[in-house]
Design a binder for this molecule. Sequence first.
Ligand code: DX5
Ligand code: ZN
Length: 232
Amino acid sequence: MKRIISPSMLSADFGHLYRDTKMVDASAAEWVHIDVMDGVFVPNISFGFPVLRAIRQATSKFLDVHLMIVSPEKYIERFAREGAGMITVHYEAVDDLDACLSLMRSCGVQAGVSLRPGTPVEVLEPWLDRLDLVLIMSVEPGFGGQSFIPEALDKIRELRGMIDASRGVSDECGNGECGLHGRGRTLIEVDGGISAANAREVFDAGADVLVAGAAVFGKADPAGEIEKILNS
Ligand code: DX5
Ligand code: ZN
């Protein structure tokens, strides 16, 4: 099974954003995770389009945009134009998921939906064949550097079972920029409290993509840490 690391730029040094993006660009990470927070859906505000643009200009890697905002449908078109490859909205923040997924498809981005720790994976069963990715939050969204919630492992296993039993999205999924086109499965991404110490367990539970912020950028050798997480 293919493994992907998506370093979270939330933990980068914004005084050296170009340097930190170039580090990710030269690393074994295939994706770059962009956390957008609005101070309403989560009790924190991160960054928006100008920062995304600066990151886009410094790397050609696949941009994995995690929207922790209310009414995400208002901004999907703009994020797509700014270079997002994957846009992930929160199930809890969307009124009309059907319309939201159609909009993402029409904008040419891959479609992801994220679940807060308290939201069960069953809610996504009717939508799985339209999802390129499900993001399981393993911390309450809003801040980097929190501890992994172990209950997330059961959710990952359960979702793995649901996806393996379903047909997946291979016939209609995006344009293959992620390098996984044709794999025939909705990807499982896990976000929050991931490090080299727990990555293996999370991959073994069925995750395809791991987000890591503090564990990467807090190290003297962040690119080395990315490899450690990838090969754990
Ligand atoms: C939290 C964000 C995460 C965060 C992860 O709400 O969605 O992407 O940056 O950071 P770490 O890996 O430090 O838990
Ligand atoms: Zn995130």
